[in-house]
Ligand binder design. Structure first.
Ligand SMILES: [Zn+2]
Length: 131
């Protein structure tokens, strides 16, 4: 049960050296690949190399880059020109609103849409208008 271990080679390492985790060859502490066995070295916290790669980007936090209040205000104030549609990435609809803005029908629809944007929950808004 109690197997005798060899003396750890870690004690002989210089401050800027580390051991390959696969073959235990001595590497520079910043080495990403072991030149002996070719195994990529794991990035440990506190290591100077590649630590930025482990930081999660903002993409994992926000479900939508669009703000429903902004969309609602656009719809209420500039809805007749389809500005809120362009804001939400619905360019084709925005162009339709622009083409028919002289009929004031887009303005009426946009007014209703603006109320909807402002009253719907953040979750519903993010679901309908992801990105
Ligand atoms: Zn190695």
């Amino acid at each position: 049960m109690d197997e005798p271990y060899r003396e750890s080679p870690v004690a002989t390492l210089g401050p800027n050296k580390k051991h390959c985790f696969a073959c235990a060859a001595v590497l520079d502490i910043r080495a990403e690949l072991c030149p002996r066995c070719g195994i990529r070295q794991p990035v440990l916290p506190g290591m100077p190399a590649s630590t930025a790669l482990t930081v999660p980007g903002p993409r994992s936090l926000a479900r939508t880059s669009r703000n429903k209040t902004t969309a609602g205000v656009f719809a209420l104030l500039l809805g007749g020109l389809g500005i809120h549609k362009f804001y939400l990435g619905q360019t084709a609809a925005g162009i339709l609103y622009l083409l028919f803005c002289w009929t004031f029908i887009p303005a009426l629809i946009a007014f209703v849409e603006g109320i909807l944007y402002l009253t719907m929950s953040d979750e519903t808004f993010a679901e309908r208008y992801p990105g």
